[in-house]
Design a protein around this ligand. Structure first.
Ligand code: ADP
Ligand code: ZN
Length: 294
């Protein structure tokens, strides 16, 4: 079986395929353009590289409810050309394959769970990406959660650092978590590219102040066995230890954790590939669901 995966991001699309065990055999990427042109590129890719099913991890907000008539439609995104675009049904109509769609971060969470070693496979895991935006996907007690819409963990309110006067860069809430701790927030606050800042720059402790709050809040709310922190900002090696320190401080020893915090809050196991691997896992599920329905 050859399963396709699409990571449909706001800035770039990754298309690829692999086997059901998560081995990626081929992938390519291209910038996200308008919906028609971008779908054309996706369709051309899977016409040239035929697959048995496709899983899609999409930027949002997007309708992720399988029972909904607008399942797979992009909702009110700041990318205006994509608003109300029936993404999944456009691809389904053109390719005629079993397909499933979820959020990009839910796919990354699924990839991290599905392909982790059997002995340590968690039943609950949250995947957070800290990049251009902040997003979170949750796999809780063996399934991806959607709830009312789908989680938008990047937009939670965090306690502002008493010395932080930056207004925040979220166009909607200004100083939500994404507004204060994403890559653009760092760049807005320090007027330089994140990758240019040295490891001992105070920016990292400030960002960790916010991201540590998120990690502590996730342990207190969803109680996941693992919290995975991915995305461009996490490439800075100083970040993870500072986040662990802040989360530990916030928890004040209240939770009787069965293992050390650094074994719970970690970097991704499949750096840069969790999303595509998760999309392939979702494609595998789509194929199985079709088989079961027949
Ligand atoms: P996206 O969120 O668009 O998918 P990324 O996850 O790669 O993309 O995140 C891009 C952001 O990550 C940029 O805004 C930049 O600020 C930040 N970034 C990229 N490289 C580094 C680095 N080496 N260290 C810290 N931050 C980085
Ligand atoms: Zn926000």
């Amino acid at each position: 079986m050859r399963i396709g995966g699409i990571e449909a991001g706001g800035t770039k699309f990754v298309c690829g395929y692999g086997t059901t065990d998560g081995t990626i055999e081929h992938k390519t990427s291209f910038p996200t353009g308008d919906p028609d042109e971008t779908c054309r590129q996706v369709i051309d890719y899977f016409t040239a590289h035929p697959v048995d099913a496709i899983g899609i991890g999409a930027f949002g907000p997007v309708d992720v409810k399988e029972q909904s008539t607008s399942y797979g439609t992009i909702l009110d995104t700041p990318k205006t050309a994509w608003r109300q675009f029936p993404f999944l049904s456009t691809l389904k109509q053109a390719l005629g394959l079993p397909m499933k769609l979820d959020t990009d971060v839910n796919c990354a969470a699924l990839g991290e769970v599905r392909f982790s070693a059997e002995a340590e496979k968690p039943s609950s895991l949250v995947y957070i990406t800290v990049g251009t935006g902040i997003g979170g996907g949750a796999y809780i007690e063996n399934r991806l959660i959607h709830g009312l819409l789908h989680p938008e963990m990047g937009h939670i309110t965090v306690q502002r650092h008493p010395h932080d006067t930056y207004g925040g860069c979220c166009p909607i809430h200004h100083d939500c978590l994404e507004g204060l701790a994403s890559g653009p927030a760092l760049e807005g606050r320090y007027h330089t590219l994140a990758q240019m800042l040295p490891e001992d720059h105070p920016a990292w402790a400030l960002h960790a102040y916010y991201l540590g709050q998120m990690a502590a809040n996730l342990l207190l709310t969803l109680s996941p066995e693992r919290i995975i922190l991915g995305g461009g900002v996490m490439k800075q090696p100083a970040m993870l230890p500072l986040i662990l320190e802040e989360a530990d401080k916030r928890l004040c020893g209240y939770l009787q954790l069965p293992k050390p915090l650094h074994e719970i809050v970690t970097k991704p196991s499949f750096d840069g590939l969790s999303g595509l691997m998760g999309a392939i896992a979702l494609g595998t599920d789509a194929l199985q669901a079709q088989g079961a329905a027949q």
